[in-house]
Write a protein that binds this ligand. Structure first.
Ligand code: GLN
Length: 549
């Protein structure tokens, strides 16, 4: 049977609970244990799929098509494993299950209450992965901050589970903030004391306190926190601000976070952490040999969390190329034919981001045209791919009304159209084409060169698709559909063979990039951007130029 580590957060949100949980999981995995992480979110949406990115950042899609919290992306990127619907549960989903059961009459006339019915359902779900036999340790991150009304049932469920399980089968890690007061020139422990007290009042006592801090914690301060929060001094862990999230597992290893957990859980026979691949990646990340500027053309750029997986994929791909990828955010809403060359100046590659709705699409189309005409490496993801199809339709095929029926339902040239199976769908939650689907690549294509295998599988989240009625016309004019769903013929990849690097994908490759397995399109795109940058350098070098002449 699995053992459980619960991670709670205190004082404030945004302390990086997901990263601490993922780092701890990484260390335990590196010691040979089978680990997974799950997140329990206190909000009432059944899943984050219906949330605007401005509300909650990116919606991460798992292999099985679950729309989940972006922390699951960190779990997958750190652990190099797949998660699933079972790894992300919200209050909404808990209540939905309980209410459905009530309607079926499963409670036999009893009054249905938060305790025990909601807490029982939370506990059942907390143990689902643990009971599968696949894992030695299940880490459960409780979303929100201790003291929030909405997280109470989750903390109560942790209390009950700890009472039910043998003493050595659970650990509670509490993440908190030790703020530095400039005026007093001091780190302050009071907020932490209060948050631990609040957690204790709710019946859960932390075994380990992880302190986010800008400054080093002195031994005296660690002892003070330990004494007032009633934990062993070695269980006060410093989580200093790190230059990159990928450094956190190493920092946590130095602090002994994994060892303290193992000791509390009475686990023996583990090995020294095997982190050679991880450290190799960190070295490449920290000491890049070159730099490229990639333009991220999107409409949610004010909130970087909206493109989390894309940004992380660039970090993985950059390290693989030993090259720093500088992301230049360009708001698609403000790109026009007149300012495009000025807005995109200095870029070595262009990524047109996924998205929904009409805001900013014309700017995206203009940006694609610029990349196509100027032979600037181009990578379009989902909506970005659809924009490349529209641009080609309008400017190469002369279909001036080419559009997606998402933005213009009555367009005369619906080159991007709603998928047949979507036409009867009215409900918004969980109804897109979601999760992993196979795709067959065309021999000799760029896609085939990138993946190195004709059969791939990638994750999806969309309702619209390339309208195959136009396929012949597009292929004749030079746009190749180099990847298709083998069963339905749905166009998954488009590319332009005459261009140094021009690829658009209907799926979301960013969802499968991990530290140990960087996503190949990102890796090749960064490589193409590097080649573009090098060529620019050559042209700028007068000596080289005269030699060339
Ligand atoms: N809005 C487009 C669709 O639903 C693209 C979706 C996306 O970019 N994820 O097909």
């Amino acid at each position: 049977m699995a053992k459980y580590i619960f991670v709670t957060g205190g004082v404030t949100s945004s302390l990086g609970k997901g990263i601490i949980a993922a780092s701890l999981a990484k260390l335990l995995q590196a010691r040979g244990l089978r680990v997974t992480i799950q997140k329990f979110d206190p909000y009432i949406n059944v899943d984050p799929g219906t949330l605007n990115p401005y509300e909650h950042g990116e919606c991460f899609v798992t292999e099985d098509g679950a729309e989940t919290d972006l922390d699951l992306g960190h779990y997958e990127r750190f652990l190099n494993i797949f998660t699933s619907q079972a790894n992300n549960v919200t209050t909404g989903r808990i209540y939905q299950t309980v209410i459905n059961k009530e309607r079926e009459g499963a409670y036999l006339g009893k009054t249905v209450q938060v305790v025990p019915h909601i807490t029982d359902e939370i506990k059942r779900r907390m143990q689902l992965l643990g009971q599968s036999g696949e894992f030695d340790i299940v880490i459960t991150e409780i979303g929100g901050t201790v003291g929030d009304i909405e997280s109470l049932p989750f903390v109560e469920a942790v209390r009950q589970l700890q009472w039910e399980l043998p003493e050595e089968d659970s650990v509670v890690v509490h993440l908190t903030l030790i703020p530095y007061l400039k005026a007093a020139k001091e780190l302050k422990t009071k907020p932490t004391q209060h948050s631990v007290r609040m957690l204790s009042q709710e019946g859960v006592h932390p075994d380990i306190i992880v302190c986010r801090t800008e400054r080093t914690l002195s031994p005296e301060l660690r002892r003070k926190i330990a004494l007032f929060c009633n934990v062993k001094p070695e269980a006060v862990i410093e989580a200093a601000d790190a230059p990159t999230i990928y450094e956190v597992p190493v920092l946590m290893m130095r602090e002994g976070l994994d060892l303290i957990c193992l000791k509390k859980m009475n686990i023996t026979g583990y090995k020294e952490p095997e982190l050679s691949k991880w450290k190799e990646f960190l070295d490449k990340l920290k000491y890049p040999k070159g730099k490229v500027n990639i333009g991220l053309i999107g409409k949610y750029i004010e909130l970087q969390d909206a493109y989390k997986s894309i940004l992380e994929s660039f970090i993985h791909a950059g390290a693989m190329n030993e090259c720093k990828v500088e992301i230049v955010n360009v708001h698609s809403e403000f790109i026009t034919e007149d300012n495009v060359s000025e807005k995109l100046t200095g870029l070595d590659g262009l990524l047109v981001a996924p998205g929904f709705g009409h805001r900013g699409v014309e700017g995206k189309i203009v940006a694609v045209k610029y990349a196509r005409e100027n032979k600037l490496p181009f990578f379009g993801i989902c909506l970005g791919m659809q924009m490349a199809v529209i641009e080609f339709g309008r400017n190469v095929l002369g279909l001036k009304d080419a559009h997606s029926t998402e933005m213009d339902p009555d367009t005369k040239e619906p080159v991007i159209d709603l998928m047949e199976e979507q036409k009867k769908v009215t409900a918004k939650g969980g109804t897109m084409r979601l999760g992993s689907y196979p795709c067959t690549l065309q021999e000799g294509s760029l896609a085939m060169q990138i993946y190195g295998t004709p059969q791939i599988s990638e994750r999806h989240r969309h309702r619209w698709e390339f309208n195959n009625a136009y396929l012949e016309q597009y292929q004749k004019a030079g746009m190749v559909a180099s990847g298709k769903n083998p069963g339905t013929g749905l166009v998954e990849i488009i590319e332009l063979p005459g261009h140094p690097f021009f690829i658009g994908v209907q799926y979301h490759p960013e969802l499968k990039s991990t530290v140990e397995n960087p996503q190949p399109i990102f890796v090749h795109f960064v490589k193409a951007a590097k080649a573009y940058a090098d060529k620019k350098l050559e042209v700028k070098n007068p000596l080289l130029q005269s030699e060339m002449i």
